[in-house]
Design a protein around this ligand. Structure first.
Ligand code: ADP
Ligand code: ZN
Length: 754
């Protein structure tokens, strides 16, 4: 027997660096069998009861006996994390430079903290009685009973023979028999009454189009090879990373499904992550048709109650496969045998709130702790991932260079906006694009119009030559400040006077960027009066299920147009889409963020991948002021490889990731002077601590220099040694004066530096 320990180390749910350590508590005798790592407990803390998490049990404490308080109660029968997840929690806290107390909350059930704070367990189910017939006993006794006298009991039994297990409620209703009959049958063991949780049915509600139904597919050699490498790692029970670089429509989902089958055969479970599940409904329906009720979704479009219930189901081991958005990685799925990240390059894998973790890295860490394979897939891998796949021994690159169902890639056409005649045509929808839309609609095909909206109108682009002025030191676009006229690099703070003339061609064409999606919609609707012109962006999709409604309209037979932002670039696998138009490609290229080239390449490739996925040939039209840019050239050639090589060179020169790790420190507050002062002070501390192991940029106003009345300044650290840097920053944060007025955000490996 395991001897019970005397003390427990407990983390209190308070999130500051100064009390970021565990406290010793005594385990009272009556709780001793309930205490283990990962249990949620209530403990006295500063004259009140607080929620805490047990991270260790032990026999000795350095504190004097009288200073140690007793644990007041245990909240739940099961721990919310195990020792392996605890290792992950520690890693997240260290790597992302956050108090460990703020990491625990990810592992609690949705709404968990307040549920625990109310005192008790989070498990509060409604139970219902269900009745089953005990067939063996019934057989033995059935001839000994006078059924004529027991008419209502007979009705119960007949009903159960016909229907199997049913709820007591329904049984009474349908047979007209009463509670008494049921009780007697139960006492005699002829039937059993079992308590079962009442469950809501929230299977993912999406009308699967017929193409996603189960079908037998003959895998091609690339798919087969990828599957066998992954299966090999599953057999060896080893941590190993895979990157599937498969063009859009290459059938990556079938590789994931095969890998999951293998894992399930080994008695383990699978965790599948996707950036935004409501936008990739096909992924789920494919899995569902393959694995039925063994698979569930867990995503951000579910409301709290739904998510909570789902979480409990997962906790109770009811599913073998969980498909979900980034927070699914923290669900209490046990026995995980594989982690899969679809569209691994997607920036929405980054958590944007307090603890800014990157799901990819958390998944890789978890895979390492568990000793299991981690599979990432994308048509346009994140540059850093791609680089690591090349360099690291335990990372394998698997290529699938062909489309599964179509022989050809879409034809891409570039329209040079500099050459459009502004008096005669609309640069938003040029006459060439207009004609193409008309042609496709006439053939009853569908059209997708993509518009970037991560809008930022502060940069300038020359209308004549397409030049976007950039800072020579950072190679990022200057921001335009009209008062007085100057260009400012929001990265390093460099300035340049600006007289309103293009520094390259001398034309006086300031063009501030920004085109609204509504404007595009009404323009198109005016021109195509009888065609459904649908719009999908975050404004119209806040309502639950509106994604599905819009998609449903879009896929219903006949010509239609879907206009959308980033949201529509992913996942859609729709038969009749034959034209994709990209109307303002440059609005992204100009953003002052070193990721921009990569994002543009990814987005355009992804969105182009929506066209011509099946039998019909697809085409893509890109409107740009910069047709000569190398990114556009690589997109035209459909050449990720040369894009990757080129971009890698750029990054190397300026030591951007993967040649460094970036840490973005944003200080914000309502008083700009104070923000500036604190940013300056913080900068000094970092410079002092860092020595020459990193370079530090700033302090400078962040590109979005004022959001919601808050002024924002930032400091960017390019670090060659993350272990050292996280430790140094943690120390600085501990000692740095309290940010009573200013907020400070630490963003390690940011996906945007705006
Ligand atoms: P992506 O790589 O873009 O995620 P999908 O997994 O969505 O691609 O696959 C695109 C389509 O190709 C799906 O409809 C899928 O059923 C089909 N498919 C996958 N593999 C094959 C194959 N070997 N032969 C025929 N069709 C396939
Ligand atoms: Zn600069």
């Amino acid at each position: 027997m395991v001897r019970n320990k005397k003390y427990a180390e407990v983390y209190i749910d308070i999130k500051t660096f100064d009390i970021d350590h565990a406290f010793d508590y005594r385990i009272p005798a009556h709780l001793s069998s309930d205490i283990s790592i990962g249990k949620v407990v209530r403990v006295p803390f500063k004259n009140r009861l607080e929620t805490g998490y047990i991270v260790k049990t032990k026999d000795n404490s350095e504190l004097a006996e009288k200073e140690i308080k007793d644990i007041a109660g245990v909240a739940d029968v099961k721990p919310v994390f195990d020792p392996q997840k605890l290792e992950l929690i520690n890693w997240i806290s260290r790597y992302y430079i956050q108090p460990i107390g703020s990491v625990f909350k990810f592992f609690l059930p949705p709404g968990g903290k307040s549920r625990y704070a109310a005192g008790g367990s989070v498990i509060k189910f409604k139970f219902k009685d269900y009745i089953i017939l005990n067939k063996v006993i019934y057989k033995k006794v059935k001839d000994k009973i006078n059924w004529k006298k027991n008419h209502s009991k007979k009705k119960v039994i007949d009903y159960l023979i016909l229907h199997g297990e049913v709820s007591k409620e329904r049984l009474i209703k349908d047979t007209g028999s009463g509670n008494a009959s049921i009780a007697v049958l139960a006492v005699r063991n002829i039937i059993s009454v079992i308590k079962k949780r009442q469950k809501r049915d929230f299977r993912y509600d999406y009308e699967t189009d017929k193409t996603s139904k189960k079908k037998s597919i003959v895998l091609n050699p690339y798919q087969k090879k990828a599957i066998s490498s992954i299966e090999d790692a599953i057999n060896k029970k080893l941590f190993h990373k895979f990157l599937i670089e498969g063009v859009t429509g290459s059938g990556k989902t079938d590789i994931y499904i095969a890998a999951c089958k293998k894992v399930l055969d080994c008695g383990k479970k699978a965790l599948i992550l996707t950036p935004e599940i409501s936008l990739t409904p096909q992924l789920f329906s494919r899995f569902e048709s393959e694995f039925g009720s063994r698979v569930c979704v867990y995503h951000s479009n579910m409301n709290d109650a739904e998510r909570y219930e789902r979480w409990l189901d997962i906790w109770n081991g009811e599913f073998d496969i969980v498909i979900g958005t980034r927070s699914s990685i923290f669900t209490p799925l046990d026995m995980i045998g594989i982690i899969i990240l679809d569209e691994e390059h997607d920036p929405s894998y980054k958590e944007g709130t307090r603890v800014r973790y990157n799901t990819q890295d958390v998944a890789i860490k978890l895979g390492e702790i568990l000793g299991i394979p981690v599979v990432m897939g994308s048509a346009t891998p994140d540059l850093v991932t791609r680089y690591r796949a090349e360099k690291e021994d335990d990372f394998t690159l698997l290529r699938v260079p062909i489309k599964a169902q179509s022989k050809s890639f879409p034809e891409t056409e570039i329209i040079d906006l500099k050459k459009t005649d502004r008096l005669k045509e609309d640069p938003i929808i040029t006459s060439r694009l207009f004609m193409a839309i008309r042609e496709e609609l006439d053939k009853k095909n569908k059209v997708i119009i993509f518009l970037n909206r991560r809008g930022y109108s502060n940069f300038i682009i020359c209308n004549k030559c397409g030049n976007v002025p950039r800072c020579p030191a950072c190679d990022l676009s200057y921001s335009y400040h009209s008062d007085p006229g100057k260009l400012v690099c929001h990265h390093c703070g460099r300035e340049q006077n600006y007289d309103g003339k293009c520094p390259v061609c001398g034309a006086d064409n300031i063009f501030l960027y920004g085109t609204g999606i509504q404007k595009v919609q009404s323009k198109l609707q005016m021109r195509f009066k009888d065609t459904p012109v649908l719009r999908m962006d975050s404004d119209v999709t806040v309502k639950k299920k509106s994604h599905q409604e819009i998609l449903k309209k879009f896929i219903s037979p006949g010509g239609s147009i879907l206009i959308g932002t980033q949201m529509i670039a992913k996942g859609l696998d729709i038969e009749d889409v034959t034209l994709v138009g990209i109307i303002n490609c440059d609005s992204m290229l100009g953003l002052p963020d070193y990721h921009m080239n990569e994002r543009v390449y990814q987005l355009i490739t992804q969105v182009s991948g929506r066209a011509g996925r099946k039998k019909k040939k697809g085409r893509v039209i890109i409107q740009t002021y910069n047709p000569e840019s190398s990114i556009i050239e690589n997109i035209l050639a459909n050449d990720y490889e040369s894009f990757y090589r080129q971009e890698l060179e750029n990054r190397k020169e300026l030591k951007y990731p993967p040649f460094s790790n970036l840490i973005n420190i944003i200080i914000s507050g309502k008083d700009e002077n104070k923000v500036k002062r604190d940013a300056g002070e913080f900068f000094d501390r970092v410079s002092e601590a860092a020595g020459d192991c990193c370079s530090i940029l700033g302090p400078a106003p962040a590109p979005f220099s004022k959001i919601n009345l808050f002024f924002r300044w930032y400091i960017i650290i390019k670090s060659g040694n993350m272990d050292f840097m996280s430790e140094a920053l943690t120390e600085i944060l501990k000692r740095f004066k309290k940010f009573d007025e200013n907020k400070i955000i630490i963003d390690v490996d940011p996906v945007w530096i705006l």
